[in-house]
Design a binder for this molecule. Structure first.
Ligand SMILES: [Zn+2]
Length: 157
């Protein structure tokens, strides 16, 4: 039987699909997001074996697999470990007025950093080691954008 594909140049079309999704935040994620929404408090979890405090909190330590059953209250301030500045508008991705940033922020009391937005800055205020503080949204909904962004406080660690 002839296969039409043998005599045909196979063309490939590039495309994009949008896949909206929702998923349950789980016990640990729900406690974390409720604390942010209702008290404006960042929580982490500590591994009882190696002592690492994880933020975002984890149920199990990815290093030694112990259950991280101890909850730790973290600061609203932290240190910028890495960052980039966005200067070009993107219709789907621009979430703050330009320029804004993305940074890895290690909150006071945590041993691990997490990715979030940086706003309200002069570029000379941004540096690895710069101190930053959380700016909370007025209307909190129980997601990570209950923290609008982090802004520099002027200090450097
Ligand atoms: Zn551990």
């Amino acid at each position: 039987m002839d296969d039409w594909r043998e005599k045909q140049e196979l063309l490939v079309m590039d495309g994009r699909i949008k896949v909206p999704y929702r998923w349950f935040a789980g016990e640990v994620g729900t406690r974390y997001l409720e604390s942010l929404r209702d008290q404006g408090v960042f929580l982490g979890t500590r591994c009882p074996q190696c002592g690492i405090v994880y933020h975002i909190p984890r149920r199990n330590c990815p290093d030694c697999f112990e259950e991280c059953s101890e909850w730790v209250e973290l600061g609203r301030e932290g240190t910028l470990e890495s960052y980039t500045v966005v200067r070009k508008h993107h219709p789907q991705l621009s979430v703050l007025p330009l320029p804004y940033g993305y940074g890895i922020i290690k909150l006071d009391g945590a041993d691990t950093g997490f990715l979030h937005l940086i706003g309200e800055f002069d570029e000379e205020d941004l540096a690895v080691g710069a101190r930053v503080e959380a700016v909370f949204s007025d209307a909190r909904e129980g997601n990570i954008l209950d923290v609008k962004y982090f802004r520099p406080t002027g200090g450097v660690e």
